[in-house]
Design a protein around this ligand. Structure first.
Ligand code: AHM
Ligand code: MG
Length: 337
């Protein structure tokens, strides 16, 4: 059977289900091309002179790597001329990026973490790009970057598409337009993303958890209890042995869960309490929560469904617990106890 490229998949989805208007199709293809360019830059590593520090800090006060900055530029440049976007926002930029006046404006808003897993960039461990697409509200004030922030402050349930690219041994694009989750693999010779998995399902039960155990002493009681119970194994209250994995790239950890189940937690802890959590709502938690729910999993802060949160600011942080439904519901239940 003929290979289904990303373009063909999007065209056929629109034809049969009417879910992907032309502008959204174009947007997803542009983001995918940008991810291809990022994949090429990452693939060159030291030979391309792209590793190491950029010498600057982002709005969150984190040191930027050269590849953080480069990936951000690739996504901005790819997306600003096509007429499909009203504005973009990124982990690496304080304020939204408006489409320059010389280009037409479209009806979508795009947010992204251009290169997630910063601590893994220079050590050749999987990293990724995360993105989320919203509709720009009618009459939104886009007169300045400051004013435009308001247009982005929509709950994750309003997302029309979300996805991530994972740059690992393979480069994959994992996508949802609200009709399940599909996976494309980059064919490096052809320069095309090819559909390699449809109808991704996260098993409801799991024996694998992902959490940064070095934060244990800072966790809240419900998470402490849950991890203690998992570590207690077969003879503990959960009655089974668990395995632990922590890559410290959310994209890679979530992709493992997409592939074989598991639970991922960056919960509230005393170190991050004044910031609201570690991970960012708009371009990390929301797109991942949308994907995970579309694959039959669940995503909460421990106290509420992530997709229900009404954001108060662009760079808002939240606690994140996501993955296999039974386990996410268990630890969310412990928060309610
Ligand atoms: P980043 O956006 O600066 O890369 O930070 C987000 C990353 C996630 O990918 C990952 O889950 C987490 O931070 C790792 O945190 P830690 O370094 O505490 O293990
Ligand atoms: Mg990130």
């Amino acid at each position: 059977m003929a290979q289904r490229t990303l373009a063909r998949y999007l065209t056929e989805e629109q034809r049969t289900k009417g879910l992907i208007p032309a502008d959204l199709k174009f947007l997803i293809e542009v983001v995918a091309r940008a991810c291809q360019a990022i994949s090429v830059a990452i693939g060159k590593g030291s030979l391309g002179g792209v590793l190491g520090e950029a010498g600057s800090d982002n709005v969150q006060g984190e040191a930027q790597k050269k590849l953080d900055v480069l990936s951000n530029e690739i996504l901005l440049e790819a997306n600003e001329w096509g007429g499909h976007l009203a504005a973009m926002a990124s982990e690496e930029m304080d304020l939204p990026h408006l489409v320059p006046h010389r280009f037409p404006k479209g009806e979508y808003l795009l947010t992204f973490d251009p290169l997630d897993g910063s601590s893994n960039i220079d050590v050749n461990v999987s990293i990724g790009t995360i993105f989320s697409v919203l509709k720009c509200p009618e009459g939104a004030d886009l007169s300045s970057p400051e004013a435009a922030e308001q247009a982005f402050l929509q709950p994750g349930s309003a997302q029309v598409a979300a996805g991530y690219a994972v740059y690992g041994p393979n480069t994959l694009l994992v996508l949802t337009v609200g009709d399940g989750v599909v996976v494309f693999t980059l064919d490096r010779e052809q320069g095309q993303f090819i559909l390699t998995q449809e109808n991704v399902r996260i098993p409801a039960e799991t024996k694998e958890f992902a959490i940064n155990m070095s934060n244990q002493r800072f966790w809240e009681a419900p998470v402490k209890r849950y991890v203690d119970e998992m570590v207690a194994g077969k003879t503990g209250p959960l009655g089974k042995d668990y395995n632990m994995r922590w890559i410290a790239s959310m994209v890679a950890d979530v992709h493992r869960i997409m592939s074989r189940g598991g639970i991922f937690m960056y919960p509230m802890d005393e170190k991050v309490r004044d910031k609201g959590g570690k991970l960012r709502l708009m371009y990390e938690a929301n797109p991942m929560a949308f994907l995970v729910e579309q694959a039959g999993g669940a995503a909460t802060t421990g106290r509420e469904r992530i997709l229900d949160i009404q954001p108060a600011k662009l760079h808002q942080r939240v606690p994140v617990i996501l993955g296999s439904k039974v386990e996410v519901e268990r630890v969310t239940g412990y928060h309610a106890d």
